[in-house]
Design a protein around this ligand. Sequence first.
Ligand SMILES: NC(=[NH2+])NCCC[C@H](N)C(=O)O
Ligand SMILES: O=C(O)CCC(=O)C(=O)O
Ligand SMILES: [Fe+2]
Length: 320
Amino acid sequence: MRRLRLTEAEQGELNTLVGRFLDAGHDWDPLGAAEAATAAAPGLPLRLREFLAEARTAESDITVVSGIPLDPALVATPTGWEAAAKSAAGRREEAALLLCGSAMGDAFGWESQQEGRIIHDICPAPGMESSLTSASSEKTLSLHTEDVFHPCRADYVALLCLRNPDGVGTTVASVEDVGLPAEVRGTLAEPRFRFFPDDSHSGPVPGREGGPAAYPEERVLFGPAHAPYLRFDVDFMAGADPAAAEAVRATDALLRSSAGRVVLHPGDLVFIDNYKVVHGRDPFTPRYDGEDRWLKRVNLLRDVRRLYAQGRVRSRLVPA
Ligand SMILES: NC(=[NH2+])NCCC[C@H](N)C(=O)O
Ligand SMILES: O=C(O)CCC(=O)C(=O)O
Ligand SMILES: [Fe+2]
C-alpha cells in the first residue's frame, strides 16, 4: 500500500484547478467531462502526479491520497444514488475525483449502471439494505472484482470518501497475499468459469434476456504466470464443472481469510488495482439522517481505447 498526504499548499492548488474545471462548465456532460479532465490533469500538483505515476508503473495494489479538499458546506448525504444524481450533490468533490483519477487512467461509465454517469455515488439507500449492490448496508458486500463480467472492466476503481462517521471498512484482498494451493491455481488458470453482470447493471447487458450473448467461459487467474491477475466475484460467477465450482468455493474462503481493510476518512482517495485486488465492505447500520457514509466512485482504464476496440461501445465514453 502506498500513501500520500497533500500539504495545505497542494490542497490550495487542487482547489484552484477544481474551481477552474467547474467554471469551464464541464459539469456534467459524461462524454465531455472525462476528456476535459484528462486535458486538465497535468495541472495537478507535481508531487501528486509523481506519486501516482510511480504507483501506476509499480502496479501498486492499493494507493491512498489523503487530504483531498472537501466543500466545508457539503450537502447532506443523499438517500441513494438516484437522489444524488437528481440534486447534483457533491459536484466539487466529483470534479476533484475526476481530475485526480485522470492522472491514473481514463474515466469511463457503463450505460447500464447509474444512468451512464461516470462518477457514481455510493451511499446506503432505503430498501436496499441487503442488496448485492453498493447501495447496501446491513449485509456484507462480498469481495469482488469491479464489473467482473466485462472483458474491459476498470484497471482501477477509485473511491473518494466524503463521509464515513462510523469508520466502516472497505475490505481488500490481494492475489499476491492469498496463498492459493497449486492445484486450485491450476484450475483457476483454465477457461472454466462464467461471469455475470452484477445487480447494479440494468437493462440488456450481456448474458441477460434481451441483451447480447453471454461471454464465453474464462479464466479466474490470467496474465503473467509468476504474478497472475485475478478476476473474481463469488456472487456473480460460476464454475462450469464440479471441480471448477469447488475451486471457486476454496478461493472465496481463502480470499476472505486473507482480507484486510482500509477505513476511508473524509478526503481520502483510494485507487484499488482491479486486476490484483478484490474489494468489498463491512456491514453497517444506515442512518438516513443526512450523515450517512458517502463515497464517490470512478472507473479508470489505463487506455480507454481497449473499450472502443471491443465493438460493443455505443458512444465514445459510455459503453453498452
Ligand atoms: N458480490 C457483489 N455484491 N458484487 C457487486 C458489487 C457491487 C457493484 N459493483 C455495485 O456497484 O453496486
Ligand atoms: O463502500 C465501499 O467501501 C466499497 C463499495 C464498492 O464495492 C464499490 O464502490 O465498488
Ligand atoms: Fe466494488
